[in-house]
Ligand binder design. Structure first.
Ligand code: HEC
Length: 235
């Protein structure tokens, strides 16, 4: 039932977007947000200490660009040059993946200006106890290097604070537990495979799952609206 709802919602979102998005995929390669500007599609992600931008065409081919980012965070305005890294661009800035911020990107592509804007909310970290607290400790030790302490992903792995992995999504509890016990073949993103995590003790998988669910719920993923705004975890 829940999965069905999610699917219907996804369909509704797809139907609501302009026809310019009809080509290629809408899926982010590196767990970021997607925005469109004319013939270009940009992916934007905030990491601890940097922002990442990937510019692509409508066939998802990388496009070379230079540019500047202006970030608004906590009443502060930061400006930084974007420099090439891999298929994309990076700017080192004193931000955290969990931060609330607005980014205005002024890119140059073949000396044409391309301007884009992104926004993200602050990650709510719920107060957890019991199994979920034990799971938090294990997550920090074993998973956070790739999935980030804010669960928003890093350059090594995708965000788990994502509708793909919410309760009622196609990636249910069984898939999350399987990832912890076996790793996962790359199939959603361009990060490559997830190796079998090292250092989880027997039974800790369920605790880590409880923690992931608590953070998702506190941030409005897969829980009831009341839970989403309370700032507290379940149980
Ligand atoms: C070395 C980096 C790394 C570590 C450590 C790691 N992961 Fe992952 N994880 C990845 C990557 C990369 C993917 C993306 C695979 C894909 O493309 O779908 C992933 C995917 C996942 C998925 C989705 C699996 C699927 O089948 O779609 C879950 C759930 C997950 N990780 C949870 C965890 C948890 C929980 C931990 C800690 C116990 C952890 N990961 C540790 C890199 C990592």
């Amino acid at each position: 039932m829940n999965a069905m709802k999610t699917r219907l919602l996804t369909l509704a979102l797809l139907l609501a977007v302009p026809s310019a998005l009809a080509h290629g995929t809408m899926v982010a390669f590196f767990g970021g947000q997607i925005a469109e500007s004319g013939e270009y599609r940009a992916e934007f992600a905030v990491r601890d200490g940097s922002i990442r931008v990937w510019l692509r065409d409508h066939d998802d081919k990388p496009v070379k660009a230079t540019g500047k980012a202006t970030l608004l965070l906590g009443g502060q305005k930061l400006e930084a040059d974007l420099t090439p890294k891999g298929d994309g661009l990076i700017a080192s800035v004193p931000v955290k993946a969990k931060d609330k911020l607005t980014a205005v990107l002024g890119l140059n592509v073949d000396s044409k200006p391309v301007s884009l804007r992104f926004q993200q909310a602050e990650v709510v970290m719920p107060a957890v106890s019991g199994a979920a607290e034990a799971g938090r400790v294990a997550f920090e030790a074993v998973c956070a290097t790739c999935h980030g302490s804010a669960l928003r992903g890093t350059d090594g792995g995708p965000p788990l604070l994502h509708e793909f992995y919410a309760l009622g999504s196609a990636h249910g509890d069984d898939v999350i537990l399987a990832a912890m016990n076996e790793g996962a073949k790359s199939h959603m993103w361009k990060f490559g495979d997830m190796p079998k995590p090292q250092g989880l003790k027997d039974g800790q998988d369920k605790e880590v799952l409880a923690y992931i669910r608590a953070v998702q719920t506190a941030n409005g993923l897969g829980g009831s609206p009341a839970d989403a705004h309370s700032g507290h975890g379940h149980h």
